[in-house]
Design a protein around this ligand. Structure first.
Ligand code: LMR
Length: 379
């Protein structure tokens, strides 16, 4: 009997140790219980990863005082879904995932007005994006008023409820090939991984780069390693936590465009947790706290500092990170916008002149002057 029990324990132990659950097993398991699943694609150490963990902790606190309040389980690093699959699952398989925060660039086929967030050099900082989001939200999304609350949907069919905007940060450029910043085609000679956004495509084309569309963030490192691509754009935090720097020689601080996320859920989450006004207030307080913290994150500044010391330690360079100076920035901006005027015009019309106007505000210079002339052009 002792032996049998011992063998059984040993067997269970080996199963636990050696057989990590497959994605399907994980998904099956999650169908059960009062659990809210939050799936995302980056590491726990990024602004999004930390936001997800904080959300989980704050919900747990509620749970202590309010029995029946659910628990949140967080699945980072695409262990459950990548960003495209999670959108499918949110719409079709409501028991398996209830929260996701894909980058806005991956949501453009669902809502094309969001292309504005990818416009290069339009937003100088993430705070500019926050201000724009507040004023433009009602034009970007489909709203629904219930009592005192307004709910924002990503799509006309109201499959996706938008809870809030989380900043990833401003994007920088890395490559294995030297970047001749002031040349006419500064990114010529490199093949960049970009997310599948027509706006980003237009930018890299104008800068002379080849590019490969790849939405799955977890594939980027491997593709850099195998030289399928030799450059990419991302936030400092993603560059460092994704270890992209191991495969890249050149780092250019461009802050050329914005990477942000929409925290999204589905209608069944709404029906279960947000319909009751008391519960909605509790959730809203949690969502507001987390968004506030994510959006104040200093992770990108810290990641840049640690990248500098990693590169210096490796003896890679004395001056490991170059920056785009004001003059070159102007040149890049003009190359991108003036060189493809009719394409930007089409995009502006698709997004809506009123939304573009809100993003330009009263700023001048490139691209604001060019976009203003497109907006004001009556044709
Ligand atoms: C990317 O695919 O590069 C980003 O969307 C990853 C992320 O979610 O920050």
């Amino acid at each position: 009997m002792y032996l049998n029990l011992f063998s059984l324990m040993l067997m269970l132990y080996s199963v636990t140790i050696f057989a990590a659950p497959s994605q399907d097993q994980l998904k099956e398991k999650l169908k059960l219980g009062n659990v809210i699943v939050f799936s995302h694609v980056v590491t726990k150490d990024t602004p999004k990863g930390k936001g997800a963990e904080q959300l989980k902790q704050l919900v747990k606190e509620q749970n202590k005082s309010l029995s029946g309040f659910p628990n949140v389980q967080v699945y980072p690093d695409s262990v459950l879904f990548d960003d495209n699959k999670v959108m499918d699952a949110l719409a079709k398989d409501k028991n398996r995932v209830q929260l996701a925060a894909p980058s806005i660039s991956k949501l453009l086929t669902i809502n094309s007005k969001l292309k504005i967030f990818d416009f290069p050099f339009l937003f100088l900082t993430v705070d500019d994006v926050s201000k724009f989001y507040e004023v433009a939200r009602e034009k970007l999304f489909v709203s629904k008023k219930v009592g005192d609350s307004t709910f924002w949907y990503l799509d006309e069919d109201k499959k996706y409820l938008v809870i809030g905007l989380w900043h990833g940060g401003m994007k920088q450029i890395t490559s294995d090939e030297a970047i001749t910043v002031s040349s006419d085609k500064p990114l010529k000679g490199s093949k960049f991984r970009i997310q599948s956004s027509p706006v980003i495509e237009q930018v890299f084309k104008a800068l002379g780069a080849e590019f490969k569309l790849e939405d799955d963030f977890t594939k980027v490192y491997k593709k850099l390693k195998t030289k399928e691509i030799n450059g990419q754009e991302n936030t400092w935090s993603n560059i460092v936590t994704g270890k992209f720097y191991e495969e890249q020689k050149y780092f250019l601080e461009t802050n050329h465009s914005y990477l942000g996320y929409l925290l999204i859920t589905n209608q069944s989450f709404h029906d279960e947790h947000l319909k009751n006004p008391e519960n909605e207030k509790r959730w809203q307080a949690i969502f507001d706290t987390v968004a506030g913290n994510v959006n104040q994150s200093t992770d990108n500044a810290n990641a840049k500092e640690s990248l500098i010391s990693i590169l210096q330690k490796d003896g890679k360079k004395d001056q490991p990170i170059n920056s785009l100076n004001a003059q070159d920035r102007e040149k890049w901006c003009e190359r991108i916008y003036e060189g493809q005027y009719s394409e930007w015009k089409k995009l502006v019309e698709e997004i809506g002149k009123d939304i573009v106007q809100m993003a330009i505000q009263n700023k001048t210079g490139c691209p604001h002057d060019i976009l203003r002339s497109i907006v004001n052009n009556p044709s």
